[in-house]
Design a protein around this ligand. Structure first.
Ligand SMILES: C[S@@+](CC[C@H](N)C(=O)[O-])C[C@H]1O[C@@H](n2cnc3c(N)ncnc32)[C@H](O)[C@@H]1O
Length: 391
């Protein structure tokens, strides 16, 4: 191996030994994997001890793994020998830049960009339940290397905290908190920000043995989420590819469906009811099914001739009907404003806690309301009518 490369690997090992390692980046990849672009290395502390986290950036997704420090050194040597032409090592004493050419390599040593090690834990900002320095937030790109929330992720950050706060309140109210073990399914979990945060909160703040499964039809996202969960040693958190309508959910205590499209929200709610989930949390996205059928009653025809008002009425009716239908199955519901995201400006949140007897009268009232607005089909109503009522 070229002497400069050996020197660079030694600087990496020395920095680990001396506790001065900040981070390392491998780039300018010219190897045989057509999708691989960069690798980022960060030192993390897991329940099993000190590890090096490798975040592999492919063109369409990230994959995250952690390795013991000795193995990290071997892997670095292997990657420098298999196509990465450039690497930056940052320590609190020096920055090192390695450039590998066809015949030789150049190593530059300069003043350190970072004079302090990245903080592992951060003081939680006022009212925030989640630590912005959490490793999964870095891996998901919500916070930067130094554990600060990225400027363009502030809305997401607000949403994450609000979501955890809401679910925490529901866990208290429903009595699930006394169970000691809680299972949850997050349907249409996407990039998993909320799924990770809930797991982190339940396990690390509340000390609950949580088992959470994120489900989404996007295989690339599920692969990234699963790798981050493993790298963070979040043993009870897993992700799998699946369609909401067909997914096997078992019998979770909590069922979550946030910003899943149109009737996918109804499919998730129906699964929650069928599974007997104690808590259901949904943030409906679009409301196309009802919007397409809606025929305003005569007395509202003049008002609802305006498309914007018709649209809002479809939203109100869809979410209102969902709430009534859940109540007819023994859930107490609340609908309130959640924090909107880049996914959707819609920001209703519907939460339901199973704490009453089923009430067929409410289902009848919902059916009357549908008829009054010319709605012949609403997915949740259809799915619940095919399900036996359980107390
Ligand atoms: C707008 S994202 C929301 C992600 C996450 N729940 C959140 O609120 O941050 C919607 C996600 O739902 C997934 N999705 C929509 N319909 C689905 C379906 N029928 N089955 C599985 N996943 C679905 C999409 O792939 C996408 O990742």
């Amino acid at each position: 191996m070229n002497e400069r490369i050996t020197e660079f690997i030694r600087a990496f090992a020395d920095a680990l030994e001396a506790g001065t390692f900040v981070k390392l980046t491998l780039g300018n990849y010219k190897g045989t994997d057509e999708h691989l672009q960069k690798i980022f290395l960060r030192r993390i502390t897991t329940r099993k001890g000190e590890r090096m986290l490798f975040q592999y950036r492919y063109d369409m997704r990230d994959v995250v793994k952690n390795y013991e420090l000795d193995e990290a050194r071997e892997r670095l040597a292997k990657y420098l020998d298999s196509g990465f032409r450039n690497s930056h090592l940052f320590t609190t004493e020096n920055d090192f830049q390695l450039d590998i050419g066809k015949r030789n390599a150049r190593l530059n040593k300069g003043k350190p960009t970072f004079r302090k090690l990245p903080q592992k834990h951060h003081d939680r900002e006022k009212h925030h339940l989640i630590d912005p320095g959490s490793e999964y937030l870095r891996a998901l790109g919500v916070s930067s290397e130094d554990g600060k929330i990225r400027a363009d992720q502030r809305d997401k950050w607000k949403q994450i905290n609000k979501f955890v706060e809401v679910v925490d309140g529901l866990i208290e109210r429903s009595g699930l908190i006394g169970k000691g073990e809680i299972s949850a399914v997050d349907m249409g979990c996407g990039k998993g920000y909320l799924t990770f945060a809930l797991y982190d909160h339940l396990v690390n703040n509340r000390g609950i043995a949580a088992t959470i499964t994120g489900i989404d039809r996007r295989a690339d996202l599920m692969e990234t989420c699963e790798s981050i969960a493993k790298a963070c040693d979040f043993e009870g958190l897993n992700f799998r590819v699946g369609d909401i309508a067909g997914a096997e959910v078992g019998s979770p205590d909590i069922l979550i469906a946030l910003h899943a499209c149109d009737t996918a929200t109804d499919d998730a709610l129906a699964k929650g009811v069928a599974a007997g989930a104690t808590v259901i949390v949904a943030a409906p996205c679009c409301h196309q099914q009802v919007r397409k059928q809606l025929k305003p009653p005569t007395e509202l025809a003049e008002i609802l001739k305006h498309p914007v008002l018709l649209e809002r009425t479809a939203e109100t009716l869809t979410d209102g009907l969902r709430s009534m239908l859940l109540e007819s199955r023994g859930y107490a519901t609340k609908l309130f404003e959640f924090v909107a995201t880049e996914h959707t400006p819609k920001n209703n949140m519907l939460v339901a806690v199973k704490e009453r007897e089923p009430d067929a009268e409410i289902a009848n009232a919902a059916a009357e309301l549908m008829a009054r607005y010319g709605i012949t089909e609403q997915r949740l109503a259809t799915e619940l009518s095919a399900q036996a009522i359980s107390a």
